[in-house]
Design a protein around this ligand. Structure first.
Ligand code: SAH
Length: 364
């Protein structure tokens, strides 16, 4: 189905059932089995739509692997241990992870590897890259077997559908996707309701009209569910994403295609849709599930604390002259505050009782 087909289907849906939430629109635009973005496109890399940290520098996946290995040892080296990645993209992070931990005695043999991936195209690419690694693919984190868990997710939460509420004169209203008089998709506002106001945390309710509040029920449910499981069965989870603490007051929903901003409603299915992650809400959900929360800390600080510069020096020593510049600029992009160093934040949640994970000064 072509993108126009998906627009027409969305319009028919809206005519039949009324304007849809941003979350419903995102779910269809990203995951429709025929015309959704993740069903149709290979999003990552220079020929795709965007580039992520593991695609920029191998040091990213390597350090995350060593972060997990360190925690595994602090947990008493359980065997088996479940290692899971959510949204592994092209499988680059986990490939770098596995290579880096191959020298840690006992870790690799104890590891049961699970990859949670929605896109059939990316799943095929991960299978090619991880041939022989013994990984198991899942549709949902709920399919993970019981046991101690180390879970990682880079740029996964930003892809989960969000709802947007807009402050009206009296109460809050839902921001919706409707159809205009010319039959084009457009943003619309639902009725104001005190029922919607209670979805906004009390300290954020009393704001000027048109303030936007974003919520991501899927991310909150994931954090609470993982936290509960970690509390009962042990382990830790690491989430890296672009996001904020506190309130932004505005929409962070964005469409990106071929490395450029695109219109959110212009051609659903052809551009990636994502929103910044509300780390305050994520931390609250994880705490509610009974886990200890660490961070968020800026990605640059996290990678430096894990020894990124030292790792770079070792790689440079063995690199061919033409690889050196790429290694250096790659790491600089991940760490520099003007690039990804502070926009990206790192949050860990862990079972109570294990020492603070590397890269986080204190528990919060
Ligand atoms: N972590 C990778 C890819 C980030 S892109 C990297 O850093 O390069 C987002 C990833 O999440 C893709 O692999 C995408 O297919 C996957 N994804 C998005 N929504 C998902 C969902 N609801 N369930 C499972 N995987 C999902």
């Amino acid at each position: 189905m072509n993108p126009a087909g998906l627009t027409a289907r969305l319009a028919r849906h809206i005519h039949a059932h009324g304007p849809m939430t941003i979350a419903a629109f995102m779910a269809m635009a990203l995951h429709d089995p025929k015309a959704g973005y993740y069903a149709r496109r290979q999003p990552l890399g220079a020929s795709g739509d965007f580039v992520t940290a593991p695609e920029i520098s191998q040091i990213f996946g390597e350090l995350i692997g060593l972060w997990c290995a360190d925690l595994w040892q602090h947990m008493g080296s359980p065997d088996p241990v479940i290692v899971a990645e959510l949204g592994p993209g092209r499988g680059v992070l986990i490939a770098d992870f596995l290579r880096a931990v191959s020298g840690i005695a006992g870790f690799r043999p104890a590891m049961r590897l699970y990859l949670v991936e929605a896109s059939p195209m990316l799943r095929a690419e991960q299978q090619r890259r991880l041939d022989g690694a013994g990984a198991v693919w899942l549709d949902d984190v709920a399919g993970l077997p019981d046991g101690p868990l180390l879970l990682v997710a880079n740029e996964f939460l930003d892809a989960l559908p969000i709802r947007q509420l807009v402050r009206g004169p009296a109460h809050w209203a839902e921001r919706l996707v409707g159809v205009d008089a010319d039959g084009r998709l457009c943003f619309a506002k639902g009725p104001e309701s005190p029922m919607l106001s209670v979805l906004v945390p009390a300290d954020r309710r009393d704001v000027v009209p048109d303030t936007v509040f974003e919520m991501c029920p899927a991310a909150a449910a994931l954090a609470a569910g993982v936290a509960e499981r970690l509390r009962e069965q042990g382990g830790a989870a690491l989430f890296v994403d672009y996001g904020y603490t506190g309130a932004t007051g505005k929409s962070t929903l964005a469409a990106i295609g071929r490395h450029r901003a695109a219109g959110i409603l212009d051609a659903p299915g052809t551009a990636d849709l994502s929103a910044h992650v509300d780390f305050t809400a994520l931390a609250a959900a994880a705490r509610g599930g009974g886990a200890t929360v660490y961070g968020p800390v800026p990605q640059g600080d996290f990678l430096k604390a894990l020894g990124a510069d030292l790792r770079l020096q070792i790689l440079l020593r063995h690199a061919a002259p033409d690889q050196r510049a790429a290694l250096e600029t790659g790491l600089r992009r991940l760490i520099d505050p003007a690039e990804m160093g502070t926009l990206f934040q790192v949050l860990a949640i862990a079972s109570p009782g294990i020492p603070a994970p590397a890269g986080f000064a204190d528990g919060v």
